[in-house]
Design a protein around this ligand. Structure first.
Ligand code: PLP
Length: 408
């Protein structure tokens, strides 16, 4: 065999020098002028600093400003800077939760955040995953394989990830009709002993908290708390989720109301010791069994751990309470404006309304991008605001809305 010559020249692409400072400077002050991206994969690269200059106006100016004081549209929050710092460390260390040897501290960090958060939900363990879509699929997988459930029942307002999960798992999916306020009972749901019942704490369209006290009426009870789960950190609002501790599993997206960068979510289990074996695969190259759906995954616990240590539980609660205040103030103003109709009292920071004196689209066109989102409920178009942004200036937003709806 011919000896192969391996170059010993150090590769500076793995040593940032001043590159990260430049990235931060551009993040603060992105250049306005956009140059076109290469049409095809370039034969030779242009180097890192030039790439940062080329991409900054696209990536940074081309993103919706989630931290802007008029942003109140979606469940995507602005992220605190300590999570940027931790994401940088994470990207550079590239630990893999699949392999304990690469991630000794990341695994400990995940255990710690679960130890701190799971008890709020009355749960005893679980793991992180890339979003509540995956968390919901994981829960239904456990329900099917550890409790032999044969169907999934949820309300018509459940997130589409429940329908997806039922489809993937080959389980029939039945949807319960709700009253106009989004509430319902299980009178027509039949025998639930072979069923995974899913209730939502904070429906995506209206933030409705479904009747969680019904969760123990089925073979497996799963609560999708992707949005409203973090209310349990708040002394003022934790009571809204009373009954959640009777669930067998709970999903929560940390990249929503816990202000984390994506992809950060939890699946929690009441009895991890029986749930996890149903979804664990070991052997082969794995030194520890792989639990859940994802294989390789990053250390999403570290930015969250940092946020929790930096803010403490009272600091986390204060941000959530503040966004709830924003929602309640907006709802109060809408309910007293004769040109506006409020869908209902906001249960979990989601305010849904529409104008009486013009179409919803007409009003929407007059408002700044990103202030509200559009949604459809019972074949009607509504405007929707989600209080995920603690930096929103509610006075400014109300002034803007009032003048748009008054046509001034
Ligand atoms: C956002 C959301 C999901 C999906 O969560 P992702 O983290 O986006 O995957 C599921 N259920 C509800 C109620 C949600 O609001």
């Amino acid at each position: 065999m011919q000896p192969i010559h391996v170059s010993k020249k150090p590769d500076s692409s793995f040593q940032p020098d001043n590159g990260l400072q430049l990235a931060l400077d551009l993040l603060r002050n992105p250049p306005q002028q956009q140059d076109a991206l290469p049409k095809e994969l370039p034969e030779s690269g242009i180097d890192e600093p030039r790439t940062l200059h080329l991409l900054a106006p696209h990536v940074i100016s081309g993103a919706a400003p989630l931290a802007a004081d008029t942003t109140l549209a979606n469940m995507d929050p602005p992220t605190p800077w300590i999570t940027w710092a931790m994401s940088l460390w994470n990207a550079s260390l590239n630990q893999n939760l699949l392999h304990p040897a690469t991630a000794p501290f990341a695994i400990e960090a995940e255990r710690k955040v679960i130890e701190w958060l799971a008890p709020l939900f009355g749960m005893n363990g679980g793991h992180m995953c890339g979003g509540s879509t995956l968390a919901n699929l994981t829960a239904l997988w456990v329900a099917r394989d550890s409790m032999q459930v044969e169907r999934v029942v949820a309300s018509v307002n459940a997130h589409n990830s429940i329908a997806k999960a039922a489809k993937i798992l080959g389980l029939p999916y039945e949807q319960i009709r709700t009253r106009p306020d989004g509430q319902f009972d299980l009178e027509h749901a039949g025998d639930l002993s072979n069923t995974c019942l899913v209730l939502t704490a904070g429906t995506t369209a209206t933030g409705t908290i479904e009747p969680l006290e019904l969760i123990d009426k089925a073979g497996w009870g799963h609560i999708d708390a992707a949005w409203a789960g973090p209310l349990l950190l708040s002394r003022r609002y934790a009571q809204l989720l009373a009954g959640i501790d009777k669930a067998d599993s709970v999903s929560v997206s940390a990249h929503k109301w816990l202000f984390q960068p994506k992809d950060s979510a939890f699946i929690f289990f009441k009895a991890p010791e029986t749930a996890e074996p149903a979804i664990s695969y070991g052997g082969g190259y794995l030194s520890a069994p792989n639990i859940g759906i994802q294989g390789s995954r990053g250390a999403a616990a570290i930015p969250l751990l940092a946020t929790m240590i930096a803010w403490g539980s009272s600091g986390m609660a204060a941000r959530i309470d503040h966004t709830m205040d924003i929602a309640h103030q907006l709802a109060a103003v809408i309910s007293t404006d004769q040109n506006l109709q409020l869908w209902g009292e906001p249960a979990s920071g989601v305010v849904v309304f529409r104008p009486n004196n013009m179409t919803t689209d007409e009003l929407d066109k007059q408002l700044p991008d990103g202030m509200f989102s559009l949604c459809e409920i019972d074949n009607n178009k509504w405007l929707r605001s989600v209080a995920a942004n603690p930096l929103a200036d509610i006075g400014k937003i109300i002034t803007c809305l009032k003048s748009a709806v008054a046509g001034t």
